[in-house]
Design a protein around this ligand. Sequence first.
Ligand code: ZN
Length: 329
Amino acid sequence: MEVVELFSTPEMSIYLCVLAGVLGLVMGSFLTCAAGRMVAGESFLTGRSHCDACNRELDALDLIPVLSWLFSRGRCRHCGAHLSALYPVSELVCALMYVSIVAHFGFSGTTLEYLILASVLFCVAMTDLLGYIIPNGLVLFGIGAWALLRVCFAFAGVEQPVEAITSGLVSALVISVPVLLLALVLERLRGKAALGGGDVKLLFMVGLYFSWPLALLGLFLACVIGIVIGVAGRGVLAQQGEDEAAAPAAPAAPAAPAVAAPTASPTTPAEHASPATPSTSSETAKSTTQNVEKPVSSALIPFGTAIAIAFWITICEGMQILGWYLALF
Ligand SMILES: [Zn+2]
């Protein structure tokens, strides 16, 4: 039995999926922590994880994905501070991403390539969700990994380097250039940035990993998901506004996150958001998080998160969706 055949037996497939699930949980924990630190402008390579409330360093017992949170009932073991359910949920989502990719592509170079891309996308989704930033470092990492994989696959003789590089670059340009032009036109018309430059760079990076029809499908899905997130976000904020209006006037009550920026001027949420809207680099993130409280507003849609979700769907179901669409004609 050859190695490739061995890895395609049902038992081996199940084993690989379990392995992917465990790896996904651990990576989900690491990437969520890394994303949180990037948003806070801290290094994720140095320094140990600590409780944000009591500053106690976390030990091995606190760092078991999902289980630590469940056993401590979502509280810090030392000070009892509430720990966000975001941690176990994001770890489970990352595990689900890993398992879905391994289940679709088995033991292959494609799996390796998509696991790397999924990890970068997961981290981008978290930084955009937590701080409305897409760090340039993540985009550059994605581009570097893609280039390195082309070299490795060329040496392994599994792909034609010129074809693969051309195909990737064409896809990257096909989805990033129109969005860049649209962003420039909207900016000119509205007089303020409509889309962060980080979104355009992210699209370029993601496009490298796909053929152009799949890249276009991913862009389309990202727009649909972005609109859904935007509408849902507005609904939540509107509800919060109604609740506040309905509540009896409580002097000096802590404001909702949407209006928590310390500037006293009576600006609209959109104006509050404008200084941070084009924030696409970790430097900007550092300055915004250190000088101003995180401005969250209905005017901001974490489009990077939408792109990440859309391209995860494209990785797993893109070919089926394209086949279904083409069969309509
Ligand atoms: Zn604590």
